[in-house]
Design a protein around this ligand. Sequence first.
Ligand code: MTE
Length: 310
Amino acid sequence: MPLIRIPPGWELPERLATPEAVYLNRRRFLKQLGAAGLGLVAGPALLGAEEGAALYPAKCNPAYTLDRALTAEGVAASYNNFYEFTTDKEAVREKVADFKPHPWQVEIRGLVNNPKVWDFDELVRKLPLEERLYRHRCVEAWAMAVPWTGFPLKALVDLARPLSGAKYLRLVSFYRPDEAPGQKWQPWYSWPYYEGLSMAEATNELTLIATGIYGHELPKQHGAPLRLVTPWKYGFKSIKSIVLIDFVAAQPPTFWHTANPDEYDFVANVNPAVPHPRWSQATEQLIGTNERVPTQLYNGYGEYVAKLYS
Ligand code: MTE
């Protein structure tokens, strides 16, 4: 049974990473171009060109910068994990063709004062969007650095007004086998994809709900229209295309832990000292380059999150 697969080799043609200054200049240029520019880079906008241009690019939050070059947009958009479609990372961007992430609803329910089924278009306008440059470390030992646009998950938690008994968030992705062929041909997985965070993790300042990337809304392969981003954890925690956030009392089961409890745990914090049972986690390959660099504890975000685990 294939699990998260280690690629046989670094098959991507070498492309240069995008230095931060080049990206930020291009961003200013796109802002000036407005709707026309958005159409050029993002393909058909989910919100419609006019609305998308009003939301993106969002103001960049300078508190979250990088110690490495940004991954080139084309590299990040052509090397994806989205098992609902395929396990072939380079084919995801084509296999998502029939996926319809608009219109979209997200349900907030469980131990909250304010349960609600949100229309995504309403939600994305209600919460303050900002851009943050984050590292991303997959459990398979590849890594990238990308500009996400989104809002802190804490803002959504505050809107939901959790009851005192709510200790965890259970996040669930969509189930649409007719649009996502991988949900049909991999019946051994317990679809839909589901993940979980403790309340302290969900409300940590780093935890984002991303609605955009590289200054425009999320393309389908990155988890349109909204996905989780927890940069100190292995990438499989960053559940894509969320339809449900359930506030619960007990630690919820998760997709990968259910599939293989010996290899994937609930917490899944990046830790170079703890090898995966089948490979080392000491270093990581920066996609789109020939560089392999040491992996950092909590993916380098210890100052924000180490206190959660002491
Ligand atoms: N979310 C869903 N619904 N399905 C998936 O297969 N894969 C995870 C995560 N979120 C996955 C998912 C894994 S293993 C990683 S590394 C990241 O998405 C990859 O995100 P990216 O393709 O945007 O780089």
